[in-house]
Design a protein around this ligand. Sequence first.
Ligand code: PNS
Length: 160
Amino acid sequence: MKTAVYPGSFDPITNGHLDIIKRASKVFDEVIVGVLINPEKKGLFNVEERVELINSVIKYIPNVKVESFSGLLINFMRQKDAKVIIKGLRAVSDFEYEFQMSLMNSKLDPNIETVFMMASSGNSFLSSSSVKQVAMFGGCIKGLVPDNIIPDIISKIKSL
Ligand code: PNS
């Protein structure tokens, strides 16, 4: 069985992430969305909330699941017996950082491959940070994130 891990912060999941997840689910037998537990970075949502939001949007895709992880991604990959990391690329500006990470990960474990998927053109401007910024200043985030999580984002921002 070919298992791939799609790692990230997902604070929160956007339609760009969801597009990559759906496309990856057609290429691999199983896709695990890996949410990084990063104690150094306080997000809008805590990791449990991010996992819950992702679960609410992927529950209709049978071969996709979500889990959190801490530490090195390659250790999580080994635990899950996964050999492929999925990354989304939106623009050339993503490339350098992602290129370095993929080289580091293959240095740490040469059995791990990183597979890059290009963001669909309609999502190439989308990021969790820009979604949060738009929502913070009262802008409309419809079409940027899955519809069902919009109320969660708005109420979280109101509670700050
Ligand atoms: O959504 P993000 O914040 O761009 O995701 C970054 C992520 C989680 C993919 C990356 O920070 C990561 O893999 N962190 C785990 C630590 C690790 O394995 N680092 C080794 C490569 S330098």
